[in-house]
Design a protein around this ligand. Structure first.
Ligand code: AGP
Length: 610
């Protein structure tokens, strides 16, 4: 799974492909590679590690190409080595191919090809595609691709070139996104996993659907169905709001993005609170009031951080809108048999809008006749194009793999949507305005936490040498604690277990000792006394305890080893300040431990395989 990018036109393809790949690095950074044609021959360069290393190698090797395809990889099949880096080739080295997806039957195909004498150079599933196309090739590249696709099980977006066809890139897709763009003069064409990586400001774009094959030339793009019949594709014009990524003077994107949250929260709310009418106004929102009034239950889908935000969302829907709701990890959702009715509203949450599990689960729900509301940060993403309606976070690009500002904005948008539903279902204007007032305080609460970042840095120094942690909380603080634990394990490689505090005594408390600190999220008023008892229980077993608690919270400071105080806040909105404190703690611990903070090992910003 990965990002693929190809360029054909009058310009030097190498810097364009490198810039495109850098835009796609969120899809993986285990290795990168590029291939193209120069004087009738395939030439390539690939390297384990990030794109910067590939760039250096290209320079050292004085690579020249007439047009090119490139790849940035998140390893699925085979270690992240030079050999497993894409592009992959056929036996005769006449074809070079890049792939995003997983070929589920690659073992069988590989054994079959090997028994016919084909030699494989990598451990990847991708190589079978290049070898099959090579096997079927008889001077007609499209026909060879057409014969190959039905043999593949799984998902793919591919781009390939052939030495005998030095004026074309062939592309095809199934269940993986692939967009093809061109400029207004149609002097150049681009193939990319994500249209946001086109460095053209308003490209003309078409999206390949399942088993479609495209023949891409500099001045012409033709698309065919699986029978090789020509299809007239809809061309869309995208507004690419490209902003060059910047750390804005911060050492890492992560800390910059944590600090952005006092303003990104405002961006999520701005223009959406109609104080005069005490209603929520969403722009370009196409789910009618009638549809929403009839919603009987809500099923939220997401992965990782987005699923944690969804969990908080379920509480908003129950507490504020009184609508039954549940959250499901998207990779599990599509294999369940949920009892969905036409009145079930499905909410698919994804920062990137490209997470394969979330998209697959969303498609499943749509097939079952449910309306899908997307909550997403990235315009033009697959999720935002396929959902019935999408609410955008407006948080700006999130560059660090570790998601921070997207989480707080997702929670903010979920709270707005819960209020919208509540008002449609009859919540009084006074009550709505009471929530508005609380929402308007959030940015200030976050700012107060950010102003005490240096205190968290000092606390982090004290806790950075521990290898195991529990993160506990109750009610709204359960998903908040789980999210904070995910931050720590993701960027510090520390074993951080998120648990509902009341659940510890049912087994996990056996792990507690002096080397197993507990980070307790205590900002839930309703369960205050209960969490105090839980703190006593872990303290009695010797755990060092750090509490995140509201100023003046009764009975905590005398139990715990360290306390970081938070601005007091109503329970539903307490996750905001609490999570910012948790994010800062994780950041400073990772820094103490010398980790690769923005691009942690083994991860990708967006996971585009199921
Ligand atoms: C969070 O820090 C993660 N990197 C990860 O859990 C992420 O939230 C998950 O992969 C889902 O991504 P999405 O929101 O882009 O769908």
């Amino acid at each position: 799974m990965c990002g693929i990018f190809g360029y054909i036109g009058k310009k030097d393809p190498i810097p364009i492909c490198i810039s495109g790949l850098k835009q796609l690095e969120y899809r993986g950074y285990d290795s990168a590679g590029i291939a193209g044609i120069f004087q009738g021959k395939i030439r390539s360069c690939k390297e384990a590690g990030k794109i910067a290393r590939l760039e250096k190698k290209i320079h050292q090797e004085h690579l020249n190409l007439e047009f090119a395809i490139g790849h940035t990889r998140w390893a699925t099949h085979g270690k992240p080595t030079d050999q497993n880096a894409h592009p992959h080739f056929d036996d005769k080295s006449t074809i070079a191919l890049v792939h995003n997806g997983i070929i589920e039957n690659y073992q069988t195909l590989r054994e079959q090809l090997q028994s016919e004498g084909v030699r494989f150079l990598s451990e990847t599933d991708t190589e079978v595609i290049a070898q099959l196309i090579g096997k079927f090739y008889e001077n007609d590249l499209l026909a060879a691709v057409q014969k190959t696709l039905p043999l593949l099980r799984g998902s793919f977006a591919i781009a390939l070139i052939h030495a005998n066809h030095p004026d074309q890139i062939v592309a095809a897709a199934r269940q993986s996104p692939l967009s093809i763009g061109f400029d207004d003069e149609h002097s150049e064409s681009i193939v990319s996993s994500d249209p946001n990586a086109f460095l053209i400001s308003t490209p003309n774009v078409l999206f390949l659907r399942n088993d479609e094959i495209a023949l891409v030339q500099a001045n012409r793009i033709r698309v065919f169905n699986s029978q090789l019949q020509h299809i007239d594709k809809k061309i869309e014009r995208l507004e690419n709001d490209y902003q060059a990524p910047s750390k804005g003077g911060f050492e890492h994107y992560l800390i910059k993005e944590i600090f952005e949250q006092s303003s990104t929260i405002q961006k999520a709310l701005i223009g959406r609170l109609n104080e005069e009418k005490a209603t929520i106004d969403f722009e370009q929102f196409s789910l009618s009031d009638e549809t929403l009034k009839n919603v009987s239950n809500i099923w939220i889908l997401g992965c990782g951080t987005s699923a944690h935000a969804g969990w908080i969302g379920t509480m908003f829907f129950e507490d504020i809108a009184h609508v039954p709701s549940s959250v499901e990890i998207a990779s599990e959702a599509r294999y369940r048999n949920p009892l969905l009715t036409p009145n079930t509203l499905v909410i698919a949450i994804s920062q990137s809008g490209e997470t394969a599990d979330t998209i697959a689960a969303m498609r499943e729900a749509k097939q079952r006749g449910c309306k899908v509301l997307g909550i997403c940060n990235v315009a033009n993403s697959t999720l935002s194009r396929e959902a019935d309606s999408t609410l955008f976070l407006k948080a700006g690009p999130e560059m660090s793999v570790c998601s921070t500002k997207a989480f707080s904005s997702q929670v903010a948008v979920l709270s707005l949507f819960a209020l919208h539903l509540a008002s449609l279902k009859g919540l009084g204007k006074d009550e709505m305005r009471r929530y508005f007032n609380e929402l308007k305080k959030i940015s200030g609460h976050i700012q107060q936490v950010l102003e005490k970042a240096s205190l968290l840095q000092t606390i982090a120094k004290k806790y950075a040498h521990y290898d195991d942690f529990f993160f506990i909380g109750r009610r709204y603080m359960v998903p908040t604690g789980l999210e904070a634990a995910l931050k720590l394990k993701e960027i510090s490689y520390v074993n951080a277990n998120g648990y509902p505090a009341g659940e510890l005594k049912h087994g996990p408390i056996a792990l507690i000792n002096q080397k197993f600190p507990v980070v307790a999220f205590c900002a839930n008023e309703q369960t205050h006394e209960k969490i105090v008892s839980n703190l006593m229980e872990v303290k009695a077993r010797g755990a060092p305890v750090l509490a995140f608690a509201p100023e003046g919270a009764h009975g905590i400071s005398n139990i715990v080893d360290d306390i970081f105080t938070l601005p007091p806040c109503i329970d539903p909105f307490a996750p905001f300040a609490s999570i910012v404190a948790g994010q800062l703690l994780s950041y400073y611990i990772a820094k103490e431990r010398g980790c690769d903070i923005d691009q942690p090992r083994n991860l990708a910003k967006s996971v585009t395989v199921e």
